[in-house]
Design a binder for this molecule. Sequence first.
Ligand code: AMP
Length: 416
Amino acid sequence: VARGGKLQAPRGTFDVLPEDSRRRAELRRRCEELFGAAGYEMIETPAFEYTELFARGVGETTDIVQKEMFTFEDQGGRSLTLRPENTAGVCRAYLEHGMHKLPQPVKLWYWGPFFRHEAPQAGRYRQFNQVGVEAIGSDDPSLDAETILLLSELLELTGARGVRLRLGSLGTPETRRAYSDELREYLRGREDELSADVRARLDANPLRAFDSSDPATQAVMRDAPRLMERLNAEDAQHFAEVRALLDDAGRQYDVDDALVRGIDYYTRTVFEFTSDALGAQSGVGGGGRYDGLIEQLGGPHTPGVGWAAGIERILMVSEPLAVAEAPQVYVAREGDDSTQAAFGLLRTLREQGFSAQMEQAGRSLKGQFKQADRLGVKAVVIVGGDGLPVRDMTSGDQRDARDTTEAIAMLREILA
Ligand code: AMP
């Protein structure tokens, strides 16, 4: 933690400094606008939940639950976990607050920090931020298309580079179980070609073999039977409808029949947006349908669909979103007893709706004008000397105001 005696932020975390903070605020503003216009309302859930929620919601055999959770006990001995994702938390809240009694679907979005104990690298952190949407309470294919298009539009709005959409369908749990058995049989037949961790998970979750980065395993997977060829008629129809809606919207995608996401709750539609502007961690955001999740959490059968995207990754692939906003007025000071007068004027200006700064670091008058230039203000008022000079920083014109009222009138003129 402390190298050379200096304290640093914990491994895998980062500070958001003002420039970055501005870009985030702008991204969030665009999310609010985009999602709000589509009827999605914001939800905030706790940053930690009972561990059981993720064990049941995300899946015991997933990497997230097996290796990546920050888990600790509260003082009463109950196991808590810093949330590694939010679909489980949002569904828990949906159930806990009886949102099934509201008109369906319930459309929600969120923004906040998430935690995974992963090996840090570029674009992969232990505390990161996600923005996400969830549409709960209907299995209408238009919701799959709508949520996908929302992420697509968000990425377009930010000028994200090199974006690709991969789309697949996982069918129902029954189809998946039958397919899982079929795939397991196939993999058993070529077990000696598989990597050790894929072999270790053959019983629990053979589908995860598609995620493997081991070349020999990948070669085996190229000839493996595909889930999408085994979909039942209803699921195939649902997928065809989602595709037709995306086609109508002009959204291009690649159907990827090996798309398996690292979370157990997905059914039917799954998708992922990637960007070649990112390195090895190319995922910008992804999600899918989770028609069985709420039941798994102890609720009634309730379909849902949604996605999460990494805020850091969106910013990594996007155009600069925002520039610093310059204050309008700078209150400069002359003489040693100008503090009260300058601070009083500063407050008045702010009350009158100006964005204003005053000298607070003891600079010379020349230094103060330099600072006013650096800040990019349109006007400077000098307090504490003779009169109340107001300078138009664009033209360089300077006039004396008789009092604060007149100074404000002059400022309004300059800023008009
Ligand atoms: P997931 O819930 O794993 O599908 O993640 C959704 C999105 O969150 C990914 O596409 C990434 O953009 C982002 N993400 C996931 N894990 C991390 C991480 N450790 N660091 C930064 N971003 C992440």
